[in-house]
Design a protein around this ligand. Structure first.
Ligand code: HEM
Length: 164
């Protein structure tokens, strides 16, 4: 990125940032901002290979955050934060194991915009600043559950590259 410091982020250049795509996917897999999506059944059904009977009008939750860390659906240990998985071993993952924007008729209508915005903002910031981990004391882990999930603590130092 550093050698591209003065380059504008034209679309072609954004498209070439394949590793950034992987990193954004990995963030959405590792810590999906929406942990579950809900559905109301329109007819009776039974979960395959189980005794679990479901009835019309039942409400079910699809646990996005559990599916994205279920070792049955990932080749590389899903507890590892490893963006490269999307280049190779986990490129063709089960599509239902990765649902940060939901799926089907009610999937997120803003997902293309969200992905694009995330990519532009991160790429633009990386052209001008360096992020430094605030360390284990400030980044003590944990999360806060609201409408979306957020880190409980977050400590990042930001250095403007002109200062380095
Ligand atoms: C990282 C950012 C975002 C995440 C993780 C996210 C995630 C989600 C999820 C999980 C759902 C439920 C999907 C389902 O039930 O299958 C949803 C629905 C929705 N999202 Fe997003 N979203 C994001 C950004 C946005 C943005 C930028 C917009 C609008 C510009 C947006 C608009 C909507 C709308 C309108 C729905 C309801 C769709 C419906 O019920 O038909 N979202 N989103």
């Amino acid at each position: 990125m550093k050698e591209n410091f003065h380059h504008d982020l034209i679309l072609d250049r954004l498209d070439s940032l394949i590793y950034l795509d992987c990193a954004i996917k990995e963030i959405l897999r590792f810590s999906p901002p929406v942990e579950a999506v809900a559905r109301t059944l329109t007819m009776d059904d039974r979960l395959p290979n189980s005794d679990i009977q479901l009835y019309k009008d039942d409400q079910i939750f699809i646990p996005v955050c559990i599916l994205s860390r279920d070792p049955r659906y990932w080749s590389i240990d899903p507890e590892l934060f490893y963006p490269e998985r999307f280049l190779d071993e986990d490129k063709n993952h089960n599509p239902y194991a990765f649902l940060p924007f939901g799926s089907g008729h009610r999937q997120c209508i803003g997902q293309d915009l969200a992905r694009f915005e995330l990519k532009v903002i991160v790429a633009k910031l990386m052209q001008h600043v360096t992020f430094i981990d605030g360390g284990p004391e400030v980044n003590a882990g944990g999360q806060v559950q609201g409408l979306t999930v957020m880190p409980k603590y977050i400590g990042i130092k930001i250095k403007f590259d002109s200062e380095i």
